[in-house]
Each structure stands twice: as C-alpha cells, then as structure tokens.
Ligand binder design. Structure first.
Ligand code: HPA
Length: 264
C-alpha cells in the first residue's frame, strides 16, 4: 500500500469513511477555526510523513468533521519550503486529502500587503499568484502529469462563492495577486518594489506550492490571505514573525465568518 493509502485508511478508521467536500489549510495564527469543527482531531505526530515539526503559531493537527454543515478536513498546520528546502513538503497531506474524496482545497495564510488600500487586518482573496521563488513542488515528478496547466488555478466558481459569502457576512474581501517568496527571511524594500512592479498585491511564504500540488492532484483550489503587516519599506510597522502572529487574529475572525458561510 502507498504511504497516502495507509494514511487515508488510518484517518477513515478514526474519523469515519464518509467522503469529504473540502480541505482547509490554516496559516500562521489562524488555527482557531480547527476548534470549530465538530469531529475528530488527529495529531500530525500520529500521521507519519505529516509535517509535525512545524512553525510556532501553527497547530499540527488534522481535524475531520462538520463545519458550517459541510464535511471538511482542517489542516491546523502546514509545512513551508523554508523548513526543509523541499517545495513538495505538503504533497503527502494533499494526496491524502484527494484520496479522502475532497473536491477542493482552501488555503489561508498570513501575508504582507503591497497596497495602501489593504492595511493590516484586511482579507485578500487570491485572484492569481506569482511564483517569485522559481521553485516548484513538481520538480522531479517523473510523469507527464507534471505539466499542470495553471490558467484557472484559483478556481473561478469557488472565488465567486467566497465573494458572495463575504458580502453576506458584510466583510470587505479584497482581491489580488499573491507573490510567493521563499523565506524565511523577510523581503527587502527593494524586493518589495520589484514584485510590486511585477503586479503583486501581497507577499508571503506559503500557499503557492500547495495550489500547484492541488491542481496536479485534480483538486480545485482557492486561497485567502490575512494581511498582518505592510510589506517591507511601505510603513514604519514592525515586520517579524511575532508581529505576524499578533496581527493574524485581526483578520482571523472575519476569515472564519467568510469560510463558515461559504461552507453553508
Ligand atoms: N512577507 C512574507 N511573508 C509574510 C509577511 C511579509 O511581509 N507577512 C506575513 N507573512
């Protein structure tokens, strides 16, 4: 049995075999949503190959159950490229999600804003992304399936439903392009000016490899950023991981409302 098939069997055994609709990946400081799920929590430590070392501000558990009337799997933590040098660090969890029957993955993250009209505490739905890192989780994949089209990688129907959910919750949901920067150091002001020229609206260290992997695995994808700071050089605000974790709750409450309404 493949590693993902073994894990899928283990999760079905613990949390029930009913197919899932969505997988949710929670970013830094956004772990609270996992607690709203009515279901079974499994520590990543019990799921061999899941990224349980993790980053502070993440909660390394998989929770499978009902949220907003929909059966979901919530990943309380993610693995980033900068932890291991592996852009495919989330491949196994996403393979398992696909095998559990999910149709789509919704990723959340903390990000820096490049737009004055999108201050700390704002939410931004990703209309698209720029893989500014040049890395790719499919490097080394031997099959022709590696040539994944990315034209509608951020699913238009899901984005439209998320916009609708935000409207219904009276939440201001910006929309823009997210640039993936490898991290773990933050960007320089010159790098931020460069990606602004290239069309980025927000910058962060995650999500893009997950969207690529999701499309590779036949899952639809969409993502929302919580803006935790203005990007380097754009304000006097501090930029640090501590600041990211401290500011994430500003957007998190709105994000939870939007996602819960969407799942309804
Ligand atoms: N840059 C990269 N990643 C981030 C930032 C940032 O400014 N804020 C939160 N995550």
């Amino acid at each position: 049995m493949s590693k993902s098939a073994e894990l899928t069997a283990l999760i079905r055994d613990r949390a029930g075999a009913e197919a899932l609709a969505y997988g949710l990946i929670l970013g830094s400081g956004l772990g609270h949503l996992a607690e709203q799920v009515d279901g079974v929590a499994i520590d990543y430590a019990d799921l061999p190959g899941f990224p349980h070392a993790g980053v502070s501000g993440h909660n390394p558990k998989l929770v499978v159950g009902q949220l907003g009337g929909t059966r979901v799997a919530v990943f309380g933590g993610r693995s980033h490229y900068y932890e291991s040098g592996r852009a495919d660090a989330m491949r196994l969890p996403l393979e398992v999600l696909a095998e559990l029957g999910a149709e789509a993955v919704l990723a959340t993250n903390a990000a820096g804003s490049l737009r004055a009209d999108m201050p700390t505490g704002s939410l931004m739905l990703l209309s698209d992304h720029i893989n500014f890192s040049g890395l790719n989780p499919l490097i080394g994949e031997p099959t022709d399936r590696r040539f994944v089209p990315m034209g509608d990688a951020h699913d238009p129907a899901i984005r439209s439903a998320l916009r609708e959910a935000a409207r219904a919750e009276d939440v201001d949901l910006h929309e823009g392009v997210y640039a993936w920067y490898s991290g773990p150091s933050f960007e320089t002001p010159a790098e931020i000016r460069a990606i602004r020229t290239l069309g980025a609206d927000a910058v962060g260290m995650s999500t893009v490899p997950e969207v690529i992997l999701a499309r590779f695995l036949g899952l639809k994808a969409a993502a929302i950023s919580t803006i935790t700071n203005m990007a380097a050089g754009l304000s006097d605000e501090a930029i640090s991981h501590e600041h990211t974790k401290a500011m994430a709750p500003l957007g998190a409450a709105k994000l939870e409302k939007v996602l819960t309404r969407f799942l309804n």
